[in-house]
Design a protein around this ligand. Structure first.
Ligand SMILES: Cc1cc2nc3c(=O)[nH]c(=O)nc-3n(C[C@H](O)[C@H](O)[C@H](O)COP(=O)(O)OP(=O)(O)OC[C@H]3O[C@@H](n4cnc5c(N)ncnc54)[C@H](O)[C@@H]3O)c2cc1C
Length: 385
């Protein structure tokens, strides 16, 4: 054996799975196809405190490039809902390196520039075929991202509604003072079907803008191009420099499906778990359960299903509520979105707290109290669109 556990992909989920399993006594080999961790970086470049708190990690200033005060959600007609909540624009390369150093320190064997190609099982041994030869382990964790090839090779259907992956393009831009704002801006409406366009200030002259759509193919370029023109007008910009361009898929509206089988666990984007903080928490659960299974000598699907149980307890309802919310948004007309947002405009929303179910109930109760007819806009979910 090269290790008790092989983790494929140094994604946020994979790094956490490797760390937790190692901390619980397993030997861990982490394979990453990039020659350098975090380079090129994944486009994910910000998070809000509430989301990062899910994984219980402390934000490290070494990778924060700009501190945010909150976010604005902006309707097609320009109505604004403001939510105050601390947020962080991050340098994703530094973020990944920060966690890489932590896992190396505790003894994870990280091998860079090694691409996993397939997994074969022979009795109690898994052989991971890679660009650098074959590595053997007792258990494999797959965290190779939303476009996971390895899960397809082994025939796992890890996501429900894969057609609902949001495809996004993000541009890092430079223009005088463009990054000074402290508010992240989300623009919703049919200019970005199924989700959003964004403006994310990154301090000084740096910002990032993006377009994310669903059910419109994998190339969001036309939506990004219209967004760029609108954005320039809104911010009074004649032009800006494009520093980098990123694109990718975000499984935010999919639902995790089959992410465990005998001796194999899937985590992060590959398992339909979106968002840095959420993927990291899933990685922690996965790593803990994997190490327990190795210690007990039982890597059966039944033994590993503890991962699913804990994950479902913490996140299943939130995933379903999130899907219902974004599906309703996708089906609403621009005027319905405007009307809905009017209910929350200029309101202090700090009363919304608790679990996702509690938050959903508080939001519905607020709508009922302020404008009962606004609830009817949620009927859009029933539309066959
Ligand atoms: C454009 C875009 C912007 C986003 N922005 C944000 C954001 O700001 N905040 C947020 O919280 N979430 C954001 N997300 C959501 C994001 O999908 C997740 O939060 C998460 O960061 C992605 O993690 P992942 O598990 O999909 O894996 P990835 O980060 O994609 O990591 C997979 C890793 O596996 C490696 N790998 C792949 N195949 C192999 C192989 N065969 N062998 C070895 N290694 C392999 C890759 O090189 C990579 O390092 C964004 C998504 C997109 C598409």
């Amino acid at each position: 054996m090269d290790a008790d556990i092989i983790v494929i992909g140094a994604s946020p989920a994979g790094l956490m799975a490797a760390r937790n399993a190692c901390e619980k006594g397993s030997t861990v080999l982490l394979l990453e196809k990039k020659e350098n961790i975090g380079n090129p970086p994944h486009p994910a470049n910000s998070f809000f405190k509430g989301m990062f708190d899910k994984c219980g990690e402390t934000v490290d200033p070494s990778y924060v490039v700009h501190y945010l005060k909150g976010m604005q959600i902006i309707s097609p007609a320009g109505r604004i809902v403001e939510v105050e909540t601390p947020g962080y624009a991050i340098d994703k390369t530094k973020f990944d390196i920060c966690y890489m150093k932590k896992i190396i320190k505790i003894g994870v064997d990280l091998q860079k520039g090694v691409e996993a190609q397939n997994i074969l099982r022979d009795g109690k041994t898994f052989s991971v075929k890679t660009s650098a030869g074959i590595f053997k382990s007792k258990l494999v964790i797959i965290s190779d991202g939303v476009n996971s090839k390895i899960t397809s090779f082994i025939g796992l259907k890890t996501m429900k509604h894969p057609g609902d992956i949001a495809w996004g393009i993000e541009l890092e831009i430079r223009a005088s003072d463009i990054g000074k704002s402290k508010m992240f801006e989300y623009y919703v409406g049919n200019h970005a079907p199924g989700w959003k366009t964004t403006y994310s200030p990154r301090g000084g002259d740096n910002a990032s803008i993006g377009a994310y759509v669903r059910r419109c193919g994998k190339d969001a370029t036309p939506y990004l191009n219209s967004w760029i023109e609108k954005f320039k007008k809104m911010k009074g910009l004649i032009d800006f420099e494009v520093v980098r361009k990123f694109s990718g898929g975000d499984p935010i509206v999919t639902l995790p499906n089959e992410f465990i089988t005998d001796g194999i666990m899937v985590v992060g984007g590959a398992a339909g778990q979106s968002g840095i903080g959420y993927a990291m928490r899933a990685g922690q659960i996965c790593g803990d359960v994997a190490a327990d299974a190795i210690r007990k000598g039982d890597i059966s699907r039944n033994s590993l299903s503890e991962y699913r149980k804990i994950w479902e307890k913490e996140f299943k309802v939130e995933h379903y509520i999130g899907r219902i919310g974004l599906e309703t948004l996708r089906k609403m007309t621009d005027s319905e979105i405007d009307e809905m947002i009017t209910v929350f405009e200029k309101e202090n929303l700090s009363f919304i707290h608790g679990t996702s179910v509690e938050q959903a109930i508080q939001i519905l109760a607020f709508m009922l109290k302020k404008k009962p007819s606004s609830i009817l806009k949620c009927r859009a979910l029933l539309r066959n669109k």
